[in-house]
Design a binder for this molecule. Sequence first.
Ligand SMILES: Nc1ncnc2c1ncn2[C@@H]1O[C@H](COP(=O)(O)OP(=O)(O)OP(=O)(O)O)[C@@H](O)[C@H]1O
Length: 562
Amino acid sequence: MVLSNRVGSPTRTQKTYSAGKARRRAVERDSPFGGMNQRYAGRVRAPGDPANTKSTRQQKEDSFKARITSATKEMKALKMQKALAEIPYSRRARIKEGIKSIESFRQFDLLPKIQAAIHEDALKGLVDVKPSPIQSIAIPALLGQSIGPFTRTKREGFQSFLLAAETGSGKTLAYLAPALDSLKRAEAEDEAVQAWKERRAEAKKLEATPKYKGPPFDEPHPNMARPKVIILVPTAELVEQVGRVVKSLSHQAKFMSEMLSSNLGASIIHRNVFSSRGVDVITATPHLLASIAESDPNVLSRVSHLIVDEADSLMDRSFSPVTIEILDKVTPSLKQLVLCSATIPKRLDNLLAERFPDMNRITTPNLHAIPRRIQMGVIDVTKPPYQNNKLLACHDALWSIAKESAAHEGPEKGRTAVRRVMVFVNERETTQEVADFLASKGVNAVALHRDTPEARQSKMLSVFTQNDKPTIEKPEGTQKRGLQNVQVLVATDLAARGIDTLGVRHVVLYDVPHSTIDFIHRLGRAGRMGRRGRGIILLDKKDRRDVVAEVRESMFLGQALI
Ligand SMILES: Nc1ncnc2c1ncn2[C@@H]1O[C@H](COP(=O)(O)OP(=O)(O)OP(=O)(O)O)[C@@H](O)[C@H]1O
């Protein structure tokens, strides 16, 4: 018995069979049904194609690459309504390289008082402060300084910019610092304001003397009710949030700011904006500002900087008429228009290309990618023990968060950290249903939606925006007690845009979001500015598993969603 040394080679029958198979395949490929039921989309080469002369190895490599690209394209085409504009990876790499050279805010041509306000007020308490990627690119570009990946932009008419960066990446400071810098420089050159300041300083000195009996200084400020910088945001909460940052910078940088939202009563708005004090910066919702401008057109007569934060919302169908109306009114005096957003939906992309073809688009390398520091887990609600009971699954998700927190020994013995969790749903009605169910199980849960009174909305959200680390006495034993250390806000997309939820590490996606844009905004409430975060998504039978799988894969690979 001798073993054959040709055991690896195909037999004659096998050879004939393979040749036949190859021939049949070639015929099928050219038939009207060619290309169907194939594992990979192949490429039929015509005789004489230069690719035929490539080495076998090269051909194999090419076909592998083609297979991967076509498989990825096919997969991407399947999903998510292709809602987001695509940004080529070559451009992202170029920007990433440019950012490396920026290590400190001191590298920017910002006035010393603005630098001081950033370090000592806006980012107070943080050590080793470094500009975030969007700040590294946007601040020099808006200042017209040639450092980083963007070169100096041309200055004629008004300049327009789009700042697009991930959620929680410091966009507010990226647009505020250059706008305030420009405001202070213009003020230094404004003779009327300087003369008024001198007169006021003298009058104040006089008023401080004990013998002075005359009237107090009440000469109107030259900028009375005529702001130079306007920041538009979509909701009253954001007016307060952004307005607070502006106010914090105003102490050192010395300017006057106001907030306009329906949360503040109409009389307060009237008293503040039309008082004899000047106002330099206004943070407002578009509708309120437009209605004030209607009664007094002078309000918008000297605006040099218009900032549209959350531009993907403010340029959508419901807001865009009023946003554009304000833009048209400020255009004669405008120097810079800045649109700011965490996502560039295709619709916004097209609108900008049409209306502002010369817009400077400033995007970060990781735009549209959910950071890898956010983990996402999935609970399949169709499986036991849930049997399509989503409410139960949501309760269990919170239970696992509570347990994880209780297991973590905090700095104080016998105490456990309180976890603030945001649960996002698609429909307003579901918020109350979920909150009521959780409350019936002893969870501290509240519902927030468009019908919640605005003052109450702010109060609810304020718990989740605090950057503190509350603790409670460590619960023992029963499940009910275990859930005392979670605080839950059940909300619609209303709470998903722009709110700086620094106190949130966990987000539960009760419903699968309608688009990648909503995925980005909702998951973006956790893991802000370099922090870690966790998302849990509940999948029921009507949900698109392929979409969720793809989002998870993109998150794992650190790739942009489309
Ligand atoms: N350079 C920095 N270093 C550390 N923290 C920063 C820096 N810049 C801003 N922050 C902090 O990061 C947090 C998020 O900033 P901000 O709200 O501006 O993010 P955003 O990009 O506007 O988010 P969103 O897209 O959700 O609106 C804030 O609490 C802010 O104080």
